[in-house]
Design a binder for this molecule. Structure first.
Ligand SMILES: [Zn+2]
Length: 206
């Protein structure tokens, strides 16, 4: 069954202003309303999303292995990774905070990368099962993306809280930069992925 999509009718939806445009025979069509370049689908969506996800997956390693927080006290210097911070909160009687940090800093970024990889592979090979589930998965990823900066907020808050409690100097470690990069890269990856690809490839087959 072919559904009446804009593409099937030879029309292009402007990604900037949402106007449905007739590109005609022009080789390089632009939106008549807002002037943005028109593309049937986001340009090189799969390639760009792969590149961003691979970069995010690589940076996920230093984000978890390198210290996100360096504490200087009068007597020593301690370096904390995300995991050692979680263990610290767990042992010091704040299991709720430990679980929150684990969820937003370790579980969600990893789950986002894995789900995006699944969406990409399925779109690339034109898997035609679980289309609605995948569309829902993409919406969840997009929704979570809006709250991704919460991860960084948690780290900032932790730094603030520790500063408040002790006579120590605290700096963000190199892991924090890697972690921030993971968050930003996965957000851009969700943006470069064209969810219409989920449906396109399956329609081509039938
Ligand atoms: Zn437009």
């Amino acid at each position: 069954m072919t559904l009446p999509t804009a593409r099937a009718e030879g029309l292009i939806l402007c990604e900037t202003c949402g106007l449905v445009c007739d590109p005609g025979d022009r080789p390089d069509p632009h939106c008549p309303r807002c002037g943005a370049a028109l593309h049937v689908r986001k340009v090189d969506s799969i390639k760009r999303t792969w590149a961003l996800l691979i970069a995010a997956a690589i940076l996920y390693v230093p984000a978890n292995l390198l210290p996100v927080m360096v504490t200087y006290t009068l007597f020593n210097t301690s370096r904390d990774t995300i995991m050692s911070g979680i263990v610290y909160f767990w042992k010091s009687g704040s299991p709720d905070l430990a679980i929150l940090i684990f969820a937003v800093s370790i579980f969600i970024p990893l789950a986002k990368i894995l789900c995006m990889v699944l969406l990409l592979v399925a779109a690339q090979y034109g898997v035609d099962r679980g289309l609605r589930q995948r569309a829902l998965m993409f919406r969840v990823i997009e929704f979570v993306g809006r709250w991704s900066m919460l991860d960084i907020f948690v780290i900032t808050m932790t730094v603030g809280m520790v500063r408040f409690r002790s006579l120590a100097t605290i700096d963000a470690g190199p892991g924090a930069a890697a972690f921030g990069a993971v968050v930003v890269l996965t957000m851009i990856a969700a943006h470069t992925f064209d969810p219409r690809l989920i449906w396109d490839r399956s329609e081509k087959k039938s």
